[in-house]
Design a binder for this molecule. Structure first.
Ligand SMILES: Cc1ncc(COP(=O)(O)O)c(C=O)c1O
Length: 451
């Protein structure tokens, strides 16, 4: 797209903005007033809140979401990464309808769960057996209990800024909303529980070695996202994950990869197979449910046999392997299996390239395949410490500016944005220009170099 053409398009969008209201959506303000009376801060998950009130959405199609006033946004959050194939993907919907021809019973075994389980097992060799649950939170909670039950050890080592959901064992120096809202270690968690969780530094071999030297024989498992996605995107440094594999094996601890974000995102399978590191337990969620609530934890037969009723590590759930979720998951995986992931990666690279000139001005894009975060920092962002130094106010201004211009990033400096199968080159090119324009003219990063 040539710059003249872009300027015309940009000024067209600017014209439709009413600067008297913070966003395009007026009706959202009214809905928020109602929501405030029934939900804490008006929301059902903290990361959905932003000042002065979140935009309320009523419809989605492809890569687009529509607010309650009918305004259209290009969505780079895609349900915090839950949707990858595009909203209302007709091929997927048609297949789901085949499975849902009859009303399905719930809370009983069905063939759907076997079909879905076989798809996962065939795509991810380390997952010989698995259990389906209903969220990423549940998956890591059970994975941790399983690791403790299997090893007979108490301690868990997680990474500072790593996020694995909102149960007690992982809300210690956690990322995502816990970091944005300044409560990385939640109140309400008994001290005794906190004492069973050690916190290490991602990408820091010496730090992890030191922790293992002191506690190695008591560590049941290391749990980490292989690519951090909840401090914004932070890639693993070369061989860091191999090192985790090596040190956990040496001390008889398990390695848990939380692939709730990365599972089936970069190719048809898990991230672990792209880097050749086989964890003992894997957790997944988001994409594999095709928009329905889902999670899974799985690993070798030897480890998974410890789950009840074949073993004595208890786990259960009324909605586990819910047949509707399974139908949605099967259709989504069938679609992804024959899809080309390369365009999603190429388009994310465009955004990175377009914003590259702003790096010296303190705007840096961390990207891994098709995941990206725009950080406001003059330093490289490679761990918890460097992530904490980023400018949240600058990100917030950027986010809101884009929102007014019809682009929806994941709302938070420590969140990840995603390119999915439904994003088109034209959309992403336009979005990249709008981002550059916002940095240049609205945030004036050239005039106010970020420290
Ligand atoms: C890596 C990771 N693990 C676990 C979770 C928790 O998943 P859920 O929100 O489905 O409980 C998340 C949520 O964003 C996540 O990013």
């Amino acid at each position: 797209m040539n710059p003249v053409c872009f300027c015309q398009l940009y000024s067209d969008c600017v014209k439709r903005i009413n600067y008297d209201v913070p966003y395009l959506s007026m009706d959202s303000r009214e809905l928020f007033q109602r929501a405030l009376k029934i939900f804490p801060k008006g929301v059902n998950s903290p990361v959905r809140f932003y000042e002065p009130y979140p935009v309320y959405f009523s419809r989605a199609s492809g890569s687009r979401i529509f607010d309650v006033d009918g305004n259209e946004y290009l969505d780079f959050s895609m349900g915090f990464g839950a949707n990858f194939a595009g909203y209302g993907n007709t091929e997927i919907l048609e297949e789901i309808m085949e499975y849902l021809g009859n009303p399905l019973p719930e809370g009983v075994p069905t063939e759907n769960e076997i079909v879905m389980g076989e798809l996962i097992r065939n795509a991810v060799p380390s997952i010989e057996m698995m259990r389906f649950v209903n969220s990423g939170t549940e998956s890591t909670m059970h994975a941790i209990r399983l690791a403790r039950g299997y090893t007979g050890r108490k301690l868990i080592l997680k990474m500072a800024g790593g996020f694995h959901g909102s149960h007690d064992y992982v809300l210690v120096e956690a990322g995502s909303g816990a970091m944005t809202f300044g409560i990385p270690s939640s109140r309400g968690i008994p001290e005794e529980v906190g004492k069973t969780v050690l916190v290490g530094k991602f990408n820091n071999v010496e730090n992890i070695e030191d922790i293992f030297r002191r506690h190695g024989n008591d560590i049941a498992a290391v749990i980490t996202e292989p690519v951090l996605g909840n401090m914004g995107v932070i890639p693993p440094e070369k061989d860091f994950l191999k090192f985790l594999r090596e040190i956990t094996t040496r001390y008889g601890s398990l390695l848990i990869f939380d692939e709730v974000i990365t599972g089936f995102r970069f190719h048809y399978g898990a991230y672990q197979d792209l880097i050749g590191v086989r964890p003992d337990i894997t957790t997944m969620g988001k994409i594999i449910g095709g928009g329905m609530p889902v999670g899974l934890f799985g690993g070798s037969e030897e480890i998974m046999k410890n789950i009840s009723p074949s073993g004595n590590v208890y786990q259960s759930g009324t909605f586990s392997a819910n047949p509707y979720t399974m139908a949605s998951g099967i259709a989504t995986l069938h679609f992804l299996k024959k899809s080309d992931y390369n365009p999603t990666i190429e388009l994310a690279r465009w955004i990175e390239d377009k914003l590259e000139p702003y790096k010296d001005l303190g705007v840096r894009v961390n990207r891994v395949y098709n995941m990206f975060t725009v950080f406001f920092s003059s330093h490289e962002v490679s761990d918890y410490e460097s992530a904490k130094k980023c400018s949240i106010p600058m990100f917030t201004e950027f986010f809101k500016n884009l929102l007014r211009n019809g682009i929806y990033l994941s709302p938070g400096q420590f969140e990840t944005s995603f390119i999915g199968m439904a994003h088109t080159p034209e959309e992403v090119e336009m979005a990249a220009f709008k981002m550059a324009y916002a940095l240049e003219y609205d945030l004036n990063v050239s005039g106010n170099k970020i420290q």
